[in-house]
Design a protein around this ligand. Structure first.
Ligand code: ADP
Ligand code: LRH
Length: 509
């Protein structure tokens, strides 16, 4: 039996964790080694990630793991998408490491279209080139902002890495750009997985920043000596998982199958964001996809993640912060309980409305939205919590309708993975609003997907060849099904959602 241990470093927008995994008794056994908050900081009016703090926490997690396990074989990092680090030829960080919610990206989508031939032609060209949903957070727009603001980094940088690549670089000393997270940059051709050099050049972004793209399961080398020394990790390989957290999460969806022609299931990776979509064998760069503003991100084994970014539990998270600011410490559990007892459908909010993207205070933002749309303000906290969850479930309903059109099939089952599965009220609302069976779990799908790909890369699962991943994915998912329990929710008051769904349509921008 292979009992070697693999370490997943999983960094979400709200928290990070180091999780150890090994196959024991035919099951994937997880052990959480370390968990920490991921809180961005405002520095001179710019919102940035505290990468030094994150790196210190990662090292601490690895150090604890080294004291706990004898045979650690590999480590790999997955993170949220779109953000990046620029480094110069001396391996120095060449620019601030900004948060995608930083205001400098405002207006950059329109600016890019203008450069590429005008509002319509630019949009058409960019979508055709990249197959991605337009969001100002995408790396391409962040880089364009750096160009437009004459940031010095554009002159001095000679390397671009996404966040997972950055931590792999710190771990191994080697630069890489892993494919799944690179696909969130809106600079890759989704058909070939290569950089769209012509478009990138047209935007004035230096293409010399962009190195070759590596596939998940590639081994970079061992942890570098300085890291081995502080952590106690000896001869441990750095193996690329699908470094985009959503790609890792989708790998760990407990289905029997891979990239079906006509999917009858979809996933929601539920955390700060909700990523809702289907896994397909190839991208759908079609007019309808562009019209619905869906994305064709890269998945493992050459698959496509046809999905939509929906404004997830962000509002719910920020309401907790609003409460803190008012001196009221609340737990997720108490928020869910209060939401449960609030009256349904009092105030409808669209989680993707720009008013909610980065407000100073979420509660105030919701009040503002209520008066703007002529709706009553909730009379108690529970009403705010409930509105944020109902709004999300209504978004799922709309998104499901679009997805079914895009894949030309009825979606029978919605698989939800991630931290949001702990919110049982939201899971039941999802089943009801969408009138579909919802299956939740595993909660740590992202870390599990990360571990599975490291196991593939080290030959524990499949042939060890990154080019032959289909069998490995099927084996991985079998292991997930056999190792983790799921929970099923069936719709029981779907009809109640019809009227609010009608009202909701009018709210969208
Ligand atoms: P991310 O990866 O984006 O940081 P996670 O997948 O870790 O997000 O999910 C975090 C979210 O999960 C929290 O913001 C919270 O809304 C939800 N959550 C976590 N634990 C619970 C719980 N016990 N009850 C209800 N919701 C929870
Ligand atoms: C989810 C996620 C999502 C990206 C966003 C920035 O954590 O990776 O897929 O679009 O963060």
């Amino acid at each position: 039996p292979n009992t070697s241990v693999h370490l997943a470093v999983d960094l979400g927008a709200s928290s990070g964790r180091v999780i150890a995994g090994r196959i024991d008794g035919g099951k994937l056994q997880l052990e959480e080694v370390h968990r920490f908050a991921n809180d961005p900081v405002m520095i001179q009016n710019s919102l940035q990630w505290n990468v030094h703090g994150l790196w210190a926490e990662i090292l601490e997690g690895l150090r604890i793991a080294a004291t706990r396990f004898e045979s650690i074989r590999s480590v790999g990092v997955d993170t949220w998408g779109v953000d990046y680090v620029l480094v110069d030829e001396n391996d120095q960080i060449a620019s601030p490491i900004r948060h995608y919610r930083d205001a400098r990206n405002n207006g950059m989508v329109e600016r890019a279209f203008e450069i590429l031939g005008g509002a319509e032609e630019g949009r058409r060209r960019m979508f055709e080139a990249t197959g991605l949903q337009f969001m100002q957070i995408n790396s391409v727009f962040q880089l364009l902002s750096a160009v437009e603001h004459n940031e010095r980094s554009m002159q001095i940088a000679d390397g671009f890495m996404m966040m997972g690549d950055f931590f792999h670089w710190l771990l191994s000393g080697k630069r890489s750009i892993e494919a799944t997270n690179a696909s969130t940059s809106q600079m890759l051709d989704p058909r070939t997985g290569r950089w769209q050099t012509e478009m990138i050049e047209a935007l004035g972004i230096p293409t010399k920043l962009l190195g070759p793209v590596s596939l998940p399961a590639t081994t970079l080398g061992n942890v570098q000596p300085s890291v081995a020394e502080v952590t106690g990790l000896k001869d441990v390989a750095v193996v690329l998982p699908a470094t985009h957290d959503t790609a890792s999460a989708v790998l760990a969806v407990p289905v029997d199958g891979f990239a079906p022609e006509k999917p009858d299931w979809c996933y929601i990776s539920s955390g700060t964001w909700s990523l809702m979509g289907c896994e397909l064998a190839s991208p759908r760069v079609t007019e309808q996809c562009s019209e619905f503003n869906f994305t064709n991100e890269g998945g493992v084994g050459g698959s496509t993640r046809l999905l939509k970014n929906l404004g997830g539990l962000w509002i719910f998270q920020q309401l907790r912060k609003s409460m803190q600011r008012r001196g009221n410490e609340v737990t997720w559990e108490s928020m869910v309980t209060q939401a449960e007892s609030a009256a349904p459908f009092q105030l409808l909010i669209d989680p993707d409305h720009p008013d909610f993207a980065a407000p100073t205070d979420m509660l105030d933002a919701i009040d503002g939205f209520a008066s703007k749309t002529g709706q009553p303000k909730p009379d108690a906290e529970g009403g705010y919590y409930r509105a944020s969850l109902e709004g999300l479930a209504l978004r799922y309903r709309v998104c499901l309708g679009m997805l079914e059109q895009l894949v030309d099939n009825r979606i029978e089952t919605i698989h939800i993975v991630g931290g949001g599965t702990m919110n049982e009220l939201l899971c039941q609302m999802t089943a009801d609003a969408c009138n579909r069976t919802v299956i939740t779990g595993p909660v740590e799908a992202t870390a599990i997907g990360n571990l599975l790909m490291q196991m593939v890369g080290t030959g524990v699962i499949g042939s060890g060849n990154p080019q032959e991943l289909t069998t490995a994915v099927l084996q991985s998912r079998k292991l997930v099904r056999e190792s983790f329990a799921v929970k099923t929710y069936t719709p029981h008051n779907a009809a109640q959602w019809d009227e609010p769904a009608q009202r909701f349509v009018g709210l969208a921008d």
